[in-house]
Write a protein that binds this ligand. Structure first.
Ligand code: GLC
Length: 502
């Protein structure tokens, strides 16, 4: 059987508001992305995933969709979208778009009708509430002027759909068709383990985002993905879907990744693992044992950037560890998802002024939680302020960039051999060059404590999460390192790719 394109693909997440602004309003847009496609081609990724660009009041950065078949004027037009897809395909880049089926915006015409008492059964209206909480803090219910309450697992501006209503299924099948006809290669499914809530909406004890509970992971949701899979398979060109599935374990994750359901699911266990060889090895073993098609991800627009996460105990180590984690991830079987800016080694921006913050998590927690704006700060393309090349002219970007972004800009790193950007480019190029020689399987080699050695065909990857330098496993050639070796030894917080002695 031919290997489907997505099995080993490296997909680059574009948070549209923060990637590149062509129109000069301080907010990223589709035309901005189009101008930067050659950069992405050069970086060496296979596909891009665009976060929602649909018409939206932006109560949750566009994850509150008011029209599933359009482009918000802030981001451009459908013509811009078509041009972006065409040009991406010309450059050999596939395009995934985000689909948000758990909830709409409260500005969606269906919800506006529901407020007027028409078609309430498309959402979840009740006379009484239960004890469910919003993922963004506060209650999950908001009362309407006529006394009924509606359910929103996120912000009040994001009412949850009622997937027990067949009309909701038909609507989303049609939305998928709309974008498939426009040539998208696949979908990233937002809150994919949501959609169905347990009958009767019983109270819950623990409602964490990751568990199977009356709130998440209801068995009926799999019927939705079986319908979607049939639709995707009816189009030519290996169209695919990847689910945003937060689960407690790999077996639960595997329930979504089946030949008649989703092609892939994000593997958040990898992103949640601490800087530890034991923890990494466990995630790798559990994942490969559970799912036929593995994925790996270190950062996205919802979590603290991994450079900062890995530096919690030792801030100086964050960048070296982030680069070592990248080499390790790219050596694993399966597909890898990168988040814009990680190739520059961007840290989480932790000191954004309160009046600049926009994430509903910050507001709903009354400032107790910082929210996710710190990983959404616009990309620095050039050295110069005010926007570091993000917007044309002297426009300020929608979130302020810290001074440190000048040194981390593309302009500053391009062509600098030991820069993070060049490290990503080399790793992606080598991964591509070796692809034909490398089997999907992985074997562990004996390694010292705190260190991982694994091999796949001619490639060995070694990662040192320990506290001192270690000897390299037997090899014929050092292919790539995430940082310098010291007298032939692998220092801590460093990874290396080696050619195995045959
Ligand atoms: C997903 C998105 C996140 C959004 C939430 C609600 O987790 O990644 O950004 O806030 O869903 O749509």
């Amino acid at each position: 059987m031919d290997i489907p394109w997505w099995r080993d693909a490296v997909v680059y997440e574009i948070y549209v508001r923060s990637f590149a602004d062509a129109s000069g309003d301080g907010v990223g847009d589709l035309a901005g992305i189009r101008e930067r496609l050659p950069y992405l081609r050069r970086l060496g990724v296979d596909a891009i995933w665009l976060t929602p660009f649909y018409p939206s009041p932006m109560a949750d950065g566009g994850y509150d969709v008011a029209d599933y078949r359009g482009v918000d004027p802030m981001f451009g037009s459908l013509d811009d979208f078509d041009a972006l897809v065409t040009q991406a395909h010309e450059l050999g880049l596939r395009v995934l778009v985000d689909v948000v089926p758990n909830h709409s915006s409260s500005a969606h015409p269906w919800f506006q009708e529901a407020l007027r008492g028409v078609g309430r059964d498309r959402y979840i209206f009740r006379d009484h509430t239960n004890n469910w909480k919003s993922t963004f803090s506060g209650p999950a219910w908001t009362q309407t002027p006529d006394g009924q309450y509606y359910l929103h697992l996120f912000a009040p501006e994001q009412p949850d759909f009622n997937w027990r209503n067949r009309e909701v299924h038909e609507e989303f099948l049609d939305v998928l068709r709309f974008w498939l006809e426009r040539g998208v290669d696949g979908f990233r499914i937002d809150v994919a383990m949501g959609l169905y809530k347990a009958e009767g909406l019983p109270d819950v004890g623990d409602q964490s985002f990751t568990s199977v509970s009356p709130v998440w992971g209801q068995p009926e949701v799999h019927g939705v993905y079986r319908e979607w899979r049939r639709l995707l398979d009816s189009y030519p060109g290996e169209r695919m879907a990847v689910g945003e599935v937060w689960t407690d374990d790999a077996e639960d994750l595997a329930r979504y990744v089946r030949p008649d359901e989703l092609h892939q699911s994000f593997n958040f266990a990898w992103l949640e693992a601490p800087w530890s060889a034991t923890a990494f090895r466990k995630v790798i073993d559990d994942t490969l044992a559970a799912v036929p098609y593995a994925t790996w991800v270190l950062s996205n627009h919802d979590v603290v950037r991994h450079r900062t996460r890995y530096g919690t105990d030792d801030p100086g180590a964050g960048l070296a560890r982030a680069r070592a984690a990248l080499l390790t991830m790219l050596a694993l079987p399966g597909s890898a998802y990168l988040y814009q800016g990680e190739e520059l080694g961007l840290p989480e921006v932790t000191d954004l002024p309160d009046d600049a913050r926009q994430d509903p998590i910050f507001f709903r927690s009354k400032g107790e939680l910082p929210g996710r704006d710190g990983c959404r700060v616009p990309i620095p393309w050039t050295v110069d302020p005010p926007s570091h090349g993000f917007s044309p002219g002297g426009v300020e970007p929608w979130l302020p960039q810290p001074e440190s972004f000048a040194e981390l800009s593309v302009e500053k790193q391009e062509g600098v051999a030991d820069s993070t950007l060049e490290c990503y480019r080399r790793a992606l190029a080598l991964r591509r060059a070796l692809a034909g020689e490398i089997p999907y399987t992985l074997e562990w080699l004996d390694s010292p404590e705190g260190v991982l050695f694994f091999t796949r065909g001619p490639l060995i990857c070694a990662l040192n999460c320990g506290t001192g330098p270690v000897h390299l496993p037997e090899h014929t050639e050092v292919l790539l390192t995430s940082g310098p070796l010291k007298r032939g030894l692998l220092p801590q917080d460093t990874a290396v790719w080696l050619r195995r002695a045959s």
